[in-house]
Design a protein around this ligand. Structure first.
Ligand code: NDP
Length: 453
């Protein structure tokens, strides 16, 4: 079996050179599936995993647009349609200068398993551009979005592929993208999620990923008869996921003490309360400012800029009970993981996708802490996107309470699926194995049913 896993990884690396994040994501799943593939040789016979690591379709295109000075700019656009075994493709769009094909393949691969865990009928995809919205005017962002969607609109649709937001793609970008889709296709359909409430969006969608990650942490704590009440929480990022993670931590009685962006982080020992959170949200969502301004406003906070030469991130080196990485991939390195454990952190619920390097994951699992990997813990976002699609199809809107209750129920179900699968395959309490196995089985069995396609 180990030969099978090693051979498969060698093939993935040879066929997808220069894509380390994709290799990393596949390796973790291959490791988790060793027992499953041994017990059920049918998956090997029909090369299910070999097919799952190959995208069904990759679309790459030029995105030309005109900046405010009249200059021509050219970006790259992508959509990776990874797997449609259990439903139409679904996954976010990321606008960030680091975006390239390998990054989107890792995200799309994770998305397939994540979407399977949500209990909703959604395949997996991911897309985006190396466009950087930071420092651009609203007009420039609109021009870019319109050019991006002019091409993307040929490849998506409500029963084909439904994109949503991710890093750099929030309510403003979804609005510009939706407007252009509607214009080009001459139809008003639920082709994007994360839409504004006046034009088909769902209540709780903006909150869903952060809320879901905190619900997942609460479920994990529940296995030890504990709650979030009184727990000190480290949160990274200050975007969509981080903001609503902080809000839900406050709802459940916890004490968030950090926020960050790519420039640095703030540590507020007194706690980030609702008033301070409102300031941070206005700062990030409206003024589009830097998190350092939080420390200018609130004297209880200390700002530490990023030190590019440092071997670890000091954000993860404070005494705390829980950590919610909510910024980006590989933001917790091996030393950070060791620092978290040293400081007493015993709950890690990943709002971001693959925020912990493999060595860090291994440390968490070995230490036996409550470690919820991103594809389980942050699945509340895409699950609520699925609920937005359902409301669009029914042409009605559910109340805030109704959507929140469904989200909460889905997070409980994901937690249970992870716990049950981990136990059934001999590693009780290992949420990494649990999430990978439960997600894989649903997709793999559907692929077997549908033949070699
Ligand atoms: P946002 O763009 O709203 O916020 C991202 C935050 O992370 C910002 O504070 C940003 O700082 C910081 N950040 C991004 N890239 C880096 C980097 N390379 N180094 C340091 N800091 C960085 O994105 P979201 O909150 O939507 O997404 C955050 C994470 O959650 C991502 O991993 C995403 O894939 C994941 N996720 C998001 C979902 C959603 O529904 N939005 C669903 C599931 C997962 P700065 O502004 O300085 O760049």
């Amino acid at each position: 079996m180990s030969d099978y896993g090693a051979d498969l990884m060698a093939e993935v690396k040879a066929k997808n050179p220069g894509e380390p994040e994709f290799h990393q994501a596949v390796q973790e799943v291959v490791d988790s599936l060793a027992v499953v593939l041994e017990k059920k040789p049918v998956y090997r016979k029909f090369k299910v995993l070999e097919r799952m690591v190959e995208p069904e379709r990759v679309i790459m295109f030029r995105v030309p647009w005109i900046n405010d000075k009249g200059g021509i700019e050219i970006n790259k656009g992508y959509r990776v349609q990874m797997n449609s075994a259990i439903g139409p493709y679904k996954g976010g769009l990321r606008f960030h200068p680091t975006v390239y094909l390998g990054l989107l393949k890792f995200l799309a691969f994770e998305q397939v398993l994540k979407n399977a865990l949500t209990t909703l009928p959604m395949g997996g995809s991911k897309g985006g551009s190396n466009f950087d919205p930071k420092g651009k005017s609203d007009n420039e962002v609109m021009k870019f979005c319109q050019s991006f969607m002019l091409e993307l609109s040929r490849h998506i649709g409500p029963s084909l592929d439904v994109p949503a937001g991710d890093i750099g793609v929030g309510g403003r970008e979804i609005g510009f993208l939706f407007g252009q889709y509607k214009r080009v296709r001459n139809e008003f359909t639920g082709v994007l999620t994360g839409k504004g409430l006046n034009w088909g969006g769902s209540l709780i969608r903006p909150e869903a990923t952060g809320y879901g990650a905190v619900y997942f942490a609460a479920e994990m704590l529940g296995t030890r008869n504990e709650t979030l009440d009184g727990k000190v929480c480290l949160v990274s990022g200050s975007g969509n996921v981080a903001q609503y993670t902080v809000e839900k931590i406050l709802d459940l009685g916890g004490k968030p003490v950090t926020l960050s962006d790519s420039g640095g982080y703030i540590y507020d020992e007194a706690g980030i309360d609702r008033k301070k959170l409102a300031f941070a949200m206005e700062l990030k969502n409206v003024k589009r400012g830097r998190i350092s301004e939080y420390a200018d406003k609130f004297k209880s906070a200390v700002y530490t800029p990023v030190d590019p030469k440092a071997d670890s991130n000091p954000l993860w080196n404070h005494k705390a009970h829980c950590a919610f990485p909510s910024a980006t991939q590989n933001e917790i390195n091996a030393k950070d993981a060791a620092n978290l454990l040293k400081n007493g952190v015993y709950v890690v619920s990943e709002g971001a996708n693959m925020p912990t390097v493999p060595d860090g994951v291994e440390q968490f699992v070995k230490a036996g802490i409550l470690y919820g990997p991103g594809k389980a813990a942050n699945a509340g976002g895409v699950a609520t996107s699925g609920l937005e699609q359902s409301q669009n199809a029914l042409r009605l809107s559910w109340t805030r309470e109704e959507v929140d209750n469904r989200l909460h129920g889905i997070m409980k179900s994901i937690h249970k699926q992870c716990v049950d699968a981990a136990k059934a395959y001999g590693t009780p309490g290992n949420y990494v194995n649990g999430a990978n196995i439960a997600g894989f089985l649903k997709v793999a069995d559907s692929m077997l049913d549908q033949g070699v396609v």
